[in-house]
Design a protein around this ligand. Structure first.
Ligand code: ARG
Length: 576
């Protein structure tokens, strides 16, 4: 009956029907998790607004709604509180049935919504330099979103929109010719940051080199085979630096997901002509510009979206128009997510506006800038090395694993070293990811080793540890009957089953807001209620039906923690 609906959806349907029966057709039910246990499990908060709109006494309306509310087989108690809140307590039998269904079904019983094609633009680093912490955030957040959306049955198309084009590649290829002679490409590019700095220095100090660099840009853009080969070699090495980071992170981006800026070169003149033909692009100071009335400066002037510079060159903004058109027209996206630094917000709002005006995207397609804040050091300044340089991500992740190794060794001195290394990698990298994903992505956050690696608190290790406890109970129990009846008697059993039943809503929240922190908060709460259960409800020391029922709760908890952390790109381990 209710198998296809999540808990929130089910309650929404029932309360909405009761509102309609009470004369409030179409009034939102506003179902939320109860703020406190004494308010039941869920609250329907829509009555107050509905009553206000109809100038009715909210308490009276609440009574009418409750009189019409059919929650037979779902709730054990429905109460009106305060000015017209409806507090709903779910029936233990209902929660038990949900638990059993989740254990027996696929995908932990999470219902599949209408499947969509979702393009996610993430990672998207600039190959002229080393990947930096901003790209780390984009990679981690984008990967988690891709995993959750795929789990829900959507088709996800990753687009790694790398910065592989632009005038700096003239300088870099020209410098590569100079440098590699002595040492070979691999070594010359072993430190991209350093390479870039030295090339830049040559540019500034030697007019002859600067001249060559400019010629290289022209040759590169003109399709000159020799410079193109150099450019490809440069990109290949730089891409391998990114791939080393993906590897350590366990992020599955491959070269098949690459569709960088250069891929759109041939389309840019056509885009410009089209914008001109539509009367959108006009000349302004020798550049080609679209004035967008929707965006005005403080002085009230329409903001300019530049599509071609005075010198005829195209820009990031032009490429993004071509890329967006491709995503919608050729990839068939229903939804396009851009996991990019918050500071590019205005660019994306303008891009979306213009793409719709130009007819590249219709109203059925959702365009979303999934912006994120800055990663800060413990000094509350943007994250840098001590000397103020860019932090090498590989080094950062190695340090995470190294620090975790010390902790794991303290806890399990007797485990063989390679087992400790493996656990440490899962814990260290997991800690970095969770610290990032658990924050509301839009806010800046402070990168702190001590807080992310703590075994108690809102951290990956805490969740990974909850998993090891739940899975250990199962291993120690040996055989486990997954069809034994589930009975929820003690409060911690019930609380655990309730939290388990909320997984689908948590995942829907992640998908809707493109916000992985909803899943982090959900899993943390699950670990908390599991610990309470674990401490208060003996599993292996109880007998018969109680033992069988509790073992199943352990099993669904372990599965949910493992799958849930997996959706965040975080590995679980059996011991730690
Ligand atoms: N490479 C860009 C940067 O590092 C991010 C690209 C994001 N994607 C896009 N379609 N603009 O700032």
């Amino acid at each position: 009956m209710s198998r296809q609906l999540t808990l929130l959806q089910l309650l929404d349907v029932r309360v909405s029907a009761a509102l309609a029966a009470a004369g409030c057709e179409g009034a939102p039910a506003v179902i939320v998790r109860a703020a406190r246990p004494e308010f039941g499990d869920f609250q329907a908060n829509g009555v107050m607004a509905a009553a206000k709109a109809r100038r009715q006494n909210p308490r009276e309306l609440a009574e009418q709604v409750v009189a019409h509310l059919d929650l037979a087989g779902i709730a054990s108690r429905v109460e009106i509180a305060g000015p017209g809140f409806i507090n709903i307590t779910l029936a233990p039998e209902f929660l038990a049935a949900r638990t059993a269904a989740a254990l027996a079904g696929e995908s932990l019983g999470v219902p599949r919504p209408q499947p969509l094609r979702v393009v996610i633009d993430y990672s998207s680093s600039n190959l002229a330099k080393e990947m930096h912490v901003g790209h780390l955030r984009s990679t981690i957040i984008g990967d988690a979103l891709a995993r959750v959306l795929r789990f829900l049955g959507h088709t996800v198309i990753a687009q790694n929109h790398i910065g592989d084009w632009g005038t700096q590649f003239g300088m870099l290829t020209a410098f590569l010719v100079e440098i590699e002679k002595g040492v070979g490409t691999e070594l010359a590019l072993s430190d991209l940051e350093d390479f870039y700095r030295r090339a830049k220095q040559r540019m500034d100090e030697d007019p002859e080199f600067a001249d060559t660099a400019r010629q290289y840009v022209v040759r590169l853009q003109g399709g000159d085979a020799e410079v193109q080969t150099l450019w490809r070699r440069f990109l290949d090495v730089s891409m391998r630096h990114c791939e080393a980071v993906y590897d350590m992170l366990g992020v599955g981006l491959t070269r098949a997901d690459l569709k960088g800026e250069s891929a759109y070169n041939d389309e840019l003149p056509g885009i410009l002509r089209d914008l001109q033909a539509q009367g959108l692009a006009v000349e302004s100071d020798g550049a080609q510009v679209v004035f967008l009335d929707e965006f005005r400066s403080k002085e009230g002037q329409a903001q300019a979206y530049i599509v071609q510079k005075q010198d005829g060159g195209y820009l990031y903004s032009t490429t993004d128009l071509a890329a967006l058109r491709h995503r919608v027209r050729d990839l068939g996206a229903h939804r396009v997510l851009y996991v990019v630094d918050q500071r590019q917000g205005l660019h994306f709002q303008q891009l979306f506006c213009l793409a719709r005006k130009a007819g590249y995207v219709d109203d059925t397609v959702s365009l979303e800038h999934v912006g994120f804040g800055v990663m800060m050091g413990e000094d509350n300044k943007p994250f840098k090395t001590r000397s103020g340089g860019t932090v090498k991500l590989c080094e950062l992740l190695k340090e995470a694993a190294e620090r975790a190794f010390l902790l794991v060794t303290q806890k399990n001195p007797d485990l063989p070293e390679d087992a400790r290394r493996d656990i440490a990698h899962a814990v260290g990298v997991g800690a970095v990811k969770f610290a990032d994903l658990s924050k509301n992505r839009a806010s800046d956050y402070v990168f702190s080793w001590a807080s992310m690696l703590a075994f108690e608190g809102y951290t990956a290790p805490y969740l990974q540890y909850a998993y090891t406890r739940s899975s250990k109970v199962l291993r120690d129990a040996g055989q486990l009957a997954i069809t034994a009846p589930i009975t929820l008697v003690d409060a911690p059993e019930r609380a655990l089953a309730l939290q388990l039943a909320c997984l689908a809503d948590a995942l829907n929240g992640v998908a809707k807001d493109a916000a992985p922190h909803h899943l982090c908060a959900y899993l943390f709460e699950l670990a908390v209620v599991f610990s309470r259960f674990y401490e208060q409800c003996p599993v292996l020391r109880s007998d018969g039906a109680v033992r069988a029922s509790r073992l199943q709760l352990c099993r669904l908890t372990a599965d949910t923690l493992r799958v849930g952390l997996g959706l965040l790109g975080i590995r679980t381990v059996d011991a730690m």
